[in-house]
Ligand binder design. Structure first.
Ligand code: ACO
Length: 428
């Protein structure tokens, strides 16, 4: 808490509120006593000006294009770290020592298998079900299989549930994919890395040996790092709100997956890839740029713009480098890469995009990479959910461990009818 105070005047009455300061970032006016003192609420749909919690996990400065996890810049983590190390960092607050990382990886590895009966659960879905529909259902169902880690007042059970969720998510996502294409489920191989194991469960078949390509494994791991956490976004806030009632962690993460599914959140890279394919060749780009600028045309450049980043999305820089590496490693000669590079160049030179501070976001290149690796577009959001699970779980743990935690319960500006008497049906 700082010495600063915020003054609020409503009519002829004046009120004073404390101003909170984080370790960095904007000041936050503490209005917890606003209703008690003034009888008024604040109005902030979409929470554009509201801090819903205190958190020490992730910091974003959208104007400067900064993203830090526990203080470490995302570019450094993507370059030098691994998804397992970043997961440890998000969960525990510090980078692990070699021994700590080994133990953590060993623990996660030992939770990769799913209860065998869960495979029956998959068979209840239609083969053409969207993988996210399957993920919502299967993750929600985990609480029916792992009763021994649903007591959220027990820190040990919370830890086990967190490890189970991080460990089982690749297995769940890979099984959703296998089911959709009618291939047999592939059991986890604990001799592989977290990411290598996921690739094997997704792309191998029992009939042939499978080799994890190091460049693809690295790129995939990097994509997981880039999606691990992103502060109080819609799905994370959903997990926190669901968890604030004391709901079990499996149910909370299922709620997060449901929220992530929406095209304004996790579904944008699929839309971006479709757009790049529709554009097809660099000569057609100016036409699409003109369409994006035309107020009478609903078309927007997918993968451009961000609610928080009004400067370059730091994750997009890493993605651009990764797409090149993957295309080279897999010998992919897809014209969409050239289209993407040229589109970025032309849009960044254009006054419309400059004035509105519209830059490529993380989704601009990720669809091209995932498609080159072999994922169908319907799996893109499922991969995002897989990676974001660690962020959701870390944020949920942070909330539950806070002794001051209360149930989330926003208020509203009521605009419906005021009280009136019931009218019997024959008199209406
Ligand atoms: N193409 C063309 N114009 C755009 C674009 C775009 N991609 N994005 C924003 N604008 C324009 C808007 O038309 C608006 O113009 P106006 O001021 O003349 O009305 C202005 O820029 C501000 O746009 P808003 O929608 O108000 O900005 P907001 O911050 O609310 O939206 C959003 C951000 C939803 C991401 C938006 O930029 C968009 O729709 N982008 C395309 C979809 C996309 O890539 N989403 C992925 C986000 S990243 C993620 O979820 C992981």
């Amino acid at each position: 808490m700082s010495d600063k105070k915020a003054q609020l005047t409503i009519g002829s009455d004046s009120y004073e509120f404390p101003v909170m300061q984080g370790s960095t970032g904007p000041d936050v006016i503490d209005i917890r006593k606003l209703y008690g003192q003034t009888g008024a609420f604040t109005f902030d749909p979409g929470y554009k000006s509201t801090a819903s919690c205190e958190s020490s996990l992730t910091y974003i400065d959208g104007d400067e294009g900064v993203l830090l996890h526990r203080g470490y810049p995302i570019g450094q983590l993507a370059e030098h770290s691994s998804f397992m190390e970043v997961s440890y960092l998000l969960l525990n607050g510090e980078l692990p020592s070699k021994d700590e990382l080994d133990t953590f990886e060993d623990t996660i590895t030992r939770h990769t298998m799913l209860h065998e009966q869960l495979s029956q659960f998959y068979r209840g879905f239609r083969r053409d079900a969207h993988p996210m529909a399957v993920m919502c259902g299967v993750v929600g169902a985990l609480s029916a299989f792992y009763h021994d880690s649903t007591d959220i007042s027990d820190p040990m059970q919370r830890r086990i549930a967190s490890h189970r969720l991080i460990a089982k998510m690749p297995t769940i996502a890979a099984m959703a994919y296998k089911y959709s294409i009618g291939q047999p489920f592939v059991y986890p191989d604990n001799s592989l890395s977290y990411t290598g194991n996921f690739l094997k469960m997704t792309f191998s078949v029992p009939a042939e040996p499978y080799e994890v390509l190091p460049a693809v494994e690295k790129a995939m791991d990097r994509i997981f790092i880039l999606h691990a956490d992103h502060e109080q976004n819609a799905s994370t806030s959903t997990v926190r709100l669901a968890g604030s009632s004391g709901a079990n962690p499996f149910a909370c993460i299922a709620a997060g997956i449901a929220c992530l599914w929406g095209p304004a959140h996790g579904g944008a890279n699929e839309a971006c890839l479709n757009m790049l394919r529709e554009i097809g060749t660099p000569e057609r780009i100016p036409h699409y740029i003109e369409r994006a600028k035309d107020k009478n045309d609903p078309f927007r450049l997918m993968g451009f713009g961000h609610r928080v980043y009004k400067n370059y999305d730091p994750r997009a820089t890493v993605m651009q480098k990764t797409v090149r590496e993957v295309f080279e490693a897999l010998n992919v000669n897809d014209p969409i890469f050239e289209v993407a590079l040229r589109l970025e160049e032309l849009a960044l030179e254009d006054d419309y995009f400059k004035e509105k501070k519209l830059f490529p976001n993380v989704d601009f290149y990720s669809g091209a990479i995932l498609s080159a690796i072999g994922f169908p577009t319907t799996m893109f959001t499922a991969l995002f959910a897989l990676a974001r699970t660690v962020g959701w779980v870390a944020q949920w743990n942070e909330m539950i461990s806070d002794p001051g935690q209360v149930i989330g319960r926003p208020r509203q500006l009521y605009t419906g009818p005021t009280q009136r008497d019931y009218v019997p049906i024959d008199q209406r």
